[in-house]
Design a protein around this ligand. Structure first.
Ligand code: ATP
Ligand code: MG
Length: 251
């Protein structure tokens, strides 16, 4: 048991969820390593949602509301970190959840789908189509989902699939704490935030924007420049480190 008073309670509980995810066959061991990289970037971002992330989250929601076939791609980490929130976001945005994993097996996809279904989700996990140009498990998609999607939300994506999704003409929204990753640089919209904050934030924004008129949504999307957002994320890390370094010399 981790006491609530522990200064890193939130972060430790998040790790517990992932460990539990491994035990039930939803998360893979490699997912724990990927989370570690994410945690490191979260640390140097001050573990909060910055204004540039809020902005990207808002644009992401607007894009999904405007899309004909928006899809939310779910892997083993996101499934255990924010299952209820994914179900809720999927409902508000009218965007199905599709299981898509790097370390593929039919059995694992089934487990992730069942896990999400236990939270009331409707899940696409057909694994009946392929994205040409990719060798690994991420190429296997659902013919009713990512294959025909125009906008795909990909929390914790891998760089090469992001590239392939783009080559297939899809708009890609990534949630990735690492603003330097290939995924972050490749996506149309990069949300540099922890999925455990980003998805709940997007629910709030979606509740606000769901009844907005189309022109308003188009304007939100058109005024967006992802390069500026990435630049601000990298500068936020720099500023955070400068602040911490100054604190040390003032002690
Ligand atoms: P790329 O191929 O795009 O350069 P990568 O190889 O650096 O990516 P992967 O291991 O493929 O990264 O995927 C993990 C990514 O997910 C990392 O960039 C990490 O920062 C990010 N990540 C991990 N946990 C979280 C989280 N909870 N919220 C947001 N991002 C996360
Ligand atoms: Mg990668």
């Amino acid at each position: 048991m981790i006491p609530k008073s522990h200064p890193r309670y939130e972060s430790l509980m998040t790790r517990e969820k992932l460990v539990e995810g491994v035990k039930i066959g939803v998360t893979v061991l490699q997912g724990l390593i990927a989370h570690g990289r994410g945690e490191m970037f979260d640390y140097v971002l001050g573990e909060k949602t910055h204004d540039f992330a809020w902005k990207a989250e808002r644009v992401a929601v607007a894009m999904m509301l405007l899309a004909d076939h928006p899809v939310i791609s779910v892997n083993g980490n996101t499934a255990v970190l924010v299952p209820e929130e994914l179900v809720k976001l999927s409902e508000i945005l009218n965007a199905p959840l599709e299981v898509n994993v790097f370390h593929f097996s039919k059995e694992r996809v089934r487990r992730i789908a069942e896990y999400l279904e236990s939270f009331g989700a409707k899940v696409l996990a057909g694994c009946d189509a392929e994205l040409k140009g990719l060798e690994h498990g991420r190429r296997i998609v659902d013919s009713r989902g990512i294959l025909i999607a125009d906008v795909v939300l990909v929390p914790l994506e891998d760089g090469d699939r992001c590239e392939i999704l783009k080559r297939h003409g899809k708009k890609v929204i990534a949630i990735d704490l690492n603003p330097l990753s290939r995924t972050a640089r490749m996506a149309d919209v990069t949300i540099v935030d922890n999925v455990i904050r980003a998805v709940p934030n997007m629910i709030k924004i979606a509740e606000e924007l769901r009844d907005a008129d189309k022109n308003e949504l188009v304007e939100i999307v058109n005024n967006y420049d992802n390069k500026t957002i990435l630049r601000r994320a990298i500068e936020a890390i720099r500023d955070y480190l400068t602040e911490k370094a100054d604190e040390i010399s003032q002690r």
